[in-house]
Design a protein around this ligand. Structure first.
Ligand code: LMR
Length: 396
């Protein structure tokens, strides 16, 4: 039977990581997958995580199953981190959260929930978006449609076109928004633009689904939730897919959450029952470790403040590399204005390099960036920046 199975193409992001690992060039540079790296090119375990793990290992009493929806205290803390303990959503008990294996797990549970409970709705995704978005919804049998987002001419947000397109989305459809640090462009709406987006979404009766994977990597934990805050208005519905891969550096622990905000607490209870239903048929219940680490940190004032400090240091390093990249491009005489990179947010920037140039960076210089031209700025360091800029100059 298996002799007719066709080989699938490698994943456009994780496949590059594999190719990078197999590249024997000692000077190779990996700017593909979105992981933070320190000045030495290492993706560190945060100190607060190490301390939380020490406590967990010594206190752990059982390996018995978690509930289908995960650790209750973790779920509560996730909602608190997003919008604050006093937010109306929490006071009105209309938000429910399930612990999921990473942000991808959250997206898939959301997709399964939508497919079963709101059949026929389409999901509108920004152009461009994270390449896994369309795959996840397709796997759940949901059609995705693009809306304009990136303005090539200004290397900025195509806000007018985006709003025009969203005005035409049929009521009841789902609009996927990147909560902050847009992947792959690094371009976010301003707080004022978020208010306009939220107004349109509510007026047109669309369902916002926020992919929230980079809280704290843009301007700060609170600042990065400006879009969520604009959408989370009294009575309004919302889905949020959280990931703690990046801001806690817990990539391989697969720790995330799906929060559904319903119109009232009775509807929220019904939604939770359906989310549990979707999870049970998918992976049954989540693994505990990553969620326990996040819970331990967020529920301890000292560890939480240590985490905020470590998160700030990661953000500052990335922003420092943005400036250094722009300066080094000028220094080596790159004949193109890359100053826009300094204004973008989070791990990623769109370099504007075309697929041929991306291929040449890889084949001639062993520099790995995603085919769309996306660069993981967090992979840049004082050591590799000059080589990178000279290579970009050569392929341009
Ligand atoms: C990325 O976009 O590089 C990350 O979110 C990792 C992934 O799973 O693709």
């Amino acid at each position: 039977m298996f002799q007719n199975v066709q080989t699938a193409p490698p994943d456009s992001i994780l496949g590059l990581n594999e190719a990078f690992r197999n590249d024997p060039n000692p000077e190779k540079i990996n700017l593909s997958v979105g992981v933070f790296k320190d000045a030495n090119g290492v993706t560190p375990v945060l100190d607060c995580v190490k301390e939380a793990e020490r406590r967990l290992v010594s206190d752990e009493k059982t390996k018995s199953y978690l509930p289908i929806d995960g650790r209750p205290e973790y779920c509560r803390l996730v909602r608190e981190l997003m919008l604050g303990a006093d937010h109306e959503i929490n006071a009105a008990s209309r938000g429910v959260t399930v612990q999921t294996p990473g942000g991808t797990g959250a997206l898939r549970v959301a997709a399964d929930f939508l497919a079963k409970n709101l059949p026929g709705r389409r999901v509108w995704i920004s152009q461009p978006t994270w390449p896994n978005h369309p795959s996840i919804f397709a796997a759940a049998g949901i059609e995705t449609v693009g809306y304009p987002y990136f303005d090539k001419a200004s290397n900025g947000l195509a806000f007018g076109e985006m709003m025009e397109a969203l005005e035409k989305v049929p009521s009841g459809d789902v609009v996927l928004l990147h909560g902050c640090c847009h992947n792959p462009s690094g371009i976010d709406p301003t707080p004022e633009q978020w208010k306009e987006i939220a107004e349109l979404i509510h007026r047109r009766d669309l369902l916002p689904l926020v992919d929230f994977a980079y809280q704290g990597f843009g301007d700060g934990l609170c600042e990065d939730a400006a879009g969520l805050a604009a959408l989370a208005q009294p009575g309004q519905e919302l889905l949020v897919c959280s990931s703690f891969s990046k801001n806690f550096g817990l990539y391989n622990e697969r720790v995330g959450a799906l929060t559904a905000v319903a119109g009232d607490s009775a509807a929220a209870t019904a939604v939770l029952s359906q989310l549990k239903n979707a999870i049970r048929a998918n992976y049954s219940n989540p693994p505990t470790h990553g969620g326990a680490v996040v819970e331990t940190i967020l529920s301890d004032a000292t560890l939480k403040s240590q985490w905020e400090g470590e998160l700030t240091a990661m953000r500052d390093r990335i922003n420092g590399m943005r400036t250094l990249l722009v300066e080094t491009m000028k220094k080596v005489g790159v004949d193109r204005d890359f100053s826009f990179i300094a204004n973008q947010k989070g791990m990623f920037s769109f370099s504007g390099l075309n697929p041929v140039q991306v291929d040449e960076l890889r084949s001639k210089f062993a520099i790995y960036i995603v085919g769309s031209g996306r660069i993981n700025v967090a992979g840049i360091s004082e050591t590799n920046v000059e080589k990178l800029c000279n290579a970009i100059k050569a392929v341009l």
